[in-house]
Design a protein around this ligand. Structure first.
Ligand code: TYM
Length: 350
């Protein structure tokens, strides 16, 4: 069966959105609107898998949910043509997760590196939700039978798990899928990760071997989407570099993680390749390149920060976008859930 192409992706409303989220994911969300029907979700149910102080409790969660929504819109996502909503408004995410919990294997989840990182040393004390997180993520995608998922590099393993779950469901219930007429044995598509562009893994500005992340203790490690021009300039100027001038070719970036990161950021923000950026700046000192990078970051990010500020000042508007998006998402989800219940053998119509 040929699946209708559909894009789904999600961003957690925890802490600050940063340049990694923007370049690794949101920029591609914006691009994919031209070619696909897209669903972009603020995954509030994922946020609560961490201890409350990480996501800021109920007020922090609501604030961050509106902020991520504002970032989507400010970056250029059109919530009228496409769908923008927060996950907890559509109950199918939780419902499908349960069915997938019975398809996924404990051994598969035990291999997830992000759980190990996030749970840290005290694994016994991690929430069951954190352990089950990748299954919820598979349900997010497959509830809409999405075929393409734009994400940063760090989500690759989770996407592979989503494909494994889709495949095992199709195998386990193959006869039922055929009998109920929901396809020739393939009900769920195997979603394709879209990990594209020169900044699929943006690194910390303080340490080029660590991923730029919301949870880094140093705010100087990341550029937040809400940072003003002065803050952006300070962070870029303080970014760690090495003493060598910039190389003229991409292979000269090998074993120079900080230089590689800054060149990747420049390339992604200017929509050019790293090789092209190095043709312009190769041989020069970092100070000149950093000045150009500050200018570029401010030119690209300051308007987004300004628009986010304007939007978050009007929470009623932001909430109305989420309610409208959730209504449309629910209609698609309802079809998948009814079919899934029929396939599994759960009696009744809803
Ligand atoms: P989250 O909220 O951690 O990150 C949102 C998106 O930003 C990307 N990203 C990065 N890309 C490049 N460099 C970085 N340093 C960087 N940091 C983050 C992430 O790869 C992601 O694309 N589990 C997901 C959210 C999610 C989801 C989904 C995604 C829930 N359900 C279904 C896709 C499909 C997460 O925690 O992303």
């Amino acid at each position: 069966m040929a699946f209708v192409e559909r894009v789904f992706s999600g961003v957690q409303p925890t802490g600050n959105l940063h340049l990694g989220n923007y370049l690794g994911a949101i920029v591609n969300f914006v691009k994919m609107q031209e070619t696909h029907n897209c669903i972009y979700c603020v995954v509030d149910m994922h946020a609560i898998t961490m201890p409350t102080d990480v996501w800021g409790g109920p007020e922090g969660l609501a604030r961050a949910t509106r902020e991520v929504t504002a970032a989507f819109i400010a970056a250029g996502i059109d919530p009228k043509k496409h769908i923008v909503f927060n996950q907890s408004q559509v109950s199918g995410h939780a419902e499908l997760t349960w069915i997938f919990n019975c398809v996924a294997r404990v051994g598969w989840l035990n291999r997830m590196t992000q759980f190990k990182e996030k749970a840290g040393k005290d694994r016994e004390n991690a929430s069951v939700g954190l352990y089950d997180y990748p299954v919820l993520m598979a349900a997010d995608i497959l509830l809409y039978r999405a075929t393409h998922v734009p994400v940063g590099e760090d989500q690759k393993q989770h996407l592979e798990l989503a494909r494994d779950i889709a495949q095992k469901f199709n195998n386990d219930f193959g006869d039922s899928i055929r009998k109920t007429g929901f396809g020739d044995g393939l009900f769920f598509p195997l979603p394709e990760p879209m990990i594209t562009g020169p900044a699929t893994r943006v690194m910390s500005l303080r340490d080029g071997t660590k991923k730029m992340s919301k949870s880094d203790a140093s705010d100087y490690s990341r550029i937040n989407l809400t940072d003003d021009a002065d803050t952006i300039a300070q962070k870029v100027r303080k970014a760690k570099t090495d003493p060598e001038p910039l190389p003229s070719e991409e292979k000269g970036l090998e074993a120079r993680p900080e230089a590689d990161n800054l060149v990747g950021i420049y390339a992604a923000l200017s929509n050019r390749s790293k090789a092209d950026v190095l043709r312009e700046f190769g041989g020069g000192q970092f100070s000149g390149f950093k000045n150009a990078l500050v200018e570029l970051c401010v030119a690209k990010l300051a308007p987004i920060a300004g628009e986010m500020k304007r939007l978050t000042a009007d929470p009623a508007y932001v909430d109305s976008v989420l309610v409208d998006g959730a209504d449309r998402a629910r209609a698609i989800a309802a079809e998948t859930m009814q079919a899934t219940r029929d396939i599994v053998g759960f009696i009744g119509k809803r």
